[in-house]
Design a protein around this ligand. Sequence first.
Ligand code: FES
Length: 321
Amino acid sequence: MSTEKLQAIVRGLRREASHVLSVELCPVNFEDHFPSFEPGSHIDLILEEGLVRSYSLCNDSAENDRYVLGVLKEKNSRGGSAFIHERLRVGQELTISVPRNNFPLVVGEHESVFVAGGIGVTPILSMLRSLSRQKKPATLYYCARSKPEAAFLDDISQLASSTLKVNYHFDDEQGCAPSLKKLMSGHSKDSHFYCCGPLPMLDAFEAACSELGLLNLHIERFSAPVTRGELAASEFVVELRKSGLMVNVRKDQSILDAVIDAGCMPDHSCREGLCGACETRIIEGEADHRDSILTSKEQAENKSMMICVSRSKSQMLVLDL
Ligand code: FES
């Protein structure tokens, strides 16, 4: 968990598909380097006051002089993608976070199998670059509604090789969505399976892995599961040990909002339990985890929690804030 911020300059903006722009960022001082990152990592862009958005890095993690992101212009943009598509300009300075990784790549002798849905290709592209450099076996299934909506096709075709097999599925050409079970059934159970894409695809991926008995699965979510908001909530009290504050968290309020109302400003970005920016160490009490980042094992360890969505099972939580 890091709250470190960096200053970056927009060095390039490029159209990669009908609604996708790539954004190339470099250090303000051209001689500086950015902190290194692992394939699968993302960074937060602080676009303006209160508008913070997380995007996956899609360039090669061996590069230390730039970060490249792919940004889809969302139909129902809450401000972030519209800002990037309509107002961001080359030469503009931005504050960004250091990279965080909630979607790590497991490198070994096994095959890596990737299912990318639309803009979900961005973290996977960085993984493909890394595996390709190391000549590790990998297969990509890149699915999109149509070819014009699929970003980074040139980059991907240049990566295709005897060790990296690339397969495309465009719904408009095939007349239907892909059958993930069929796609993945030909791979060894020792392979590692990765999926990043829209929620229905992630659900289909998890179902296919369960039916095929595949245990090595890795998922990156861009939006929260729909059931989260329906979970029951109750009131509790949070002690902020460093600040010496006691904060009452109402039923209809997140810990994050209650803490901000009390005058603290913890790091945060997505507010959906997806990015990891608000991860906070638990000193006492038992969290009711509702994020999409920590594994079940990490949640059971009760060492840290995402305070934007998770709540408390105990009447009192003591946090390292
Ligand atoms: S703000 Fe993104 S996980 Fe909490």
